[in-house]
Ligand binder design. Structure first.
Ligand code: GTP
Ligand code: MG
Length: 417
């Protein structure tokens, strides 16, 4: 289908922190699984008639098999999630498309994105859509209908459409990043519902702002709400449409400083999610439109408007810089939040199974000791009897001797008469 596969080596991508940690923790859970299954086999062998373990002991250990299985299932599906928010037309969908190196999501002037669109890697080679709660695979072309505000078959704004895209077409998807596009924060009264449904498990938030204007109250309010529900959310701010600055070069530096100061202030002093210094590393001036065009060209996709404004290379580098910092942040944050809990759980399961086995071992040792004790008592009783027997036999012998002597005496007396 003319798709160009990304063949870039990703061994030094910061996303590998997550990918490797995920592999490692999955391997560890394979071992825990084996260990628990071995324990069950052992428990079977020692349960039953004359066994040392009770059926309840066996059931307790057996229950860990499904617990471990459930964690392994969750681990297999664990991913890094980034959600994009901002006012209508700031370029959220375009930023995502640029990061995916392809025009996957609908974008355009006016109010475009009409519902939540979650792009994730497809396990097969195909690309398809699925609406929430349905198993039906829909053709990708329908994303422009389902997700577009101007189409008759559009969905409700807080519904979710999953867009599955072949992993090998995009490095982010291959490394388990899931990207969530949203309708503009200014077109909905349902911000709370959005946050509860789609944000609580996001590892990173990207606020796509419009560098042609400034941070807006609706955008700020949305993130105020987010930071009351999530402690210390990771937030990046993209001042998009920075290509507009090319037409007003005389104020470029001042405008940039003005935007940067406001963004730093918002993250560090208003939201208090990071220090001013950290905030500086979270703010970028980019042009998503140019970045997407550049990447579409690299992949030899047909594109229109080939002329890019002055300074597009600098803006493109800044976009790439954003991607790198974003990858580092999401990777580390996801490892911390997702795997720390699982590894604690894994450790506890191993310890609990060990404790159950130890209990059985102790019962066995006690039983052995009591058998030895019984033998000792028996042994003592036997020697006592033996002693008694010796005494008795000695006394008998004496008696007999005496009887024999007296008989002999009587006989000799009789004979001598
Ligand atoms: P909604 O889905 O309606 O909330 O908008 P959105 O934030 O997803 O914006 P979208 O990506 O659809 O972009 C809106 C329009 O702005 C499109 O026509 C884009 O081509 C254009 N656009 C996006 N990014 C840039 C940019 O960096 N510079 C310029 N000049 N135009 C841009
Ligand atoms: Mg959009």
């Amino acid at each position: 289908n003319g798709a160009v596969r990304v063949n870039m080596s990703n061994v030094d991508s910061p996303l590998q922190i997550f990918v490797r940690a995920k592999k490692k923790i999955n391997d560890i859970f394979v071992e825990i699984d084996d260990y628990v299954k071995d324990a069950v086999t052992f428990m079977h062998a020692v349960t039953g008639e004359n066994g040392i373990a009770t059926p309840q002991d066996l059931a307790n250990v057996e229950a860990y098999v499904s617990k471990v299985q459930a964690i392994r299932e969750v681990l297999k599906r664990d991913h890094m999630k980034v959600a994009f928010f901002g006012r209508t037309s700031n370029g959220k969908s375009t930023v995502i498309n640029a990061m995916l190196h392809d025009k996957i999501l609908p974008s355009g002037i006016g109010h475009t994105t009409n519902c939540f669109l979650q792009v994730e890697g497809s396990d097969t080679d195909e690309s398809f859509l699925r609406t929430e709660g349905s198993e039906e695979k829909l053709n990708v072309q329908s994303v422009s209908q389902l997700g577009h505000a101007l189409c008759a078959s559009r969905l409700q704004e807080c519904s979710l459409v999953h867009v599955y895209w072949p992993r090998e077409l995009c490095a982010l998807l291959r490394d388990d990043v899931v990207l969530v596009d949203s309708p503009g924060v200014d077109v909905t009264p349902n911000l709370d519902e959005w946050i509860d449904k789609y944000c609580l498990d996001a590892d990173v938030f990207v606020l796509v702002a419009n560098a042609e204007s400034t941070l807006m109250v609706t955008e700020k309010n949305f993130f105020h709400k987010v930071s009351t529900k999530i402690s210390q959310p990771n937030i990046f701010i993209l001042n998009n449409r920075w290509d507009a600055s090319a037409s007003e070069p005389e104020y470029l530096d001042q405008v940039r400083t003005q935007h940067a100061n406001r963004c730093v202030d918002f993250l560090s002093r208003e939201l208090r999610v990071c220090s001013p210094k950290e905030a500086e590393e979270r703010i970028f001036f980019i042009s998503a439109k140019e970045a997407l065009l550049t990447r579409m060209r690299e992949r030899e996709k047909p594109v229109s408007s080939p002329i890019l404004a002055e300074g597009h290379q600098v803006r493109y580098f800044e976009f790439v810089d954003f991607e790198r910092k974003f990858e580092e942040c999401i990777s580390k944050s996801a490892v911390r939040t997702k795997f720390a809990q699982h590894s604690r759980r894994g450790k506890n399961i191993a310890a609990e199974v060990m404790a159950a086995l130890e209990l059985i071992y102790n019962t066995a040792t006690d039983q052995k000791a009591s058998k030895v004790e019984k033998q000792r008592v028996l042994h003592e009783q036997l020697s006592a009897i033996e002693d008694q027997l010796t005494t008795i036999t000695r006394q008998m012998k004496d008696k007999i001797n005496r009887m024999v002597e007296s008989v002999e005496h009587k006989v000799s007396l009789t004979l001598s008469q």
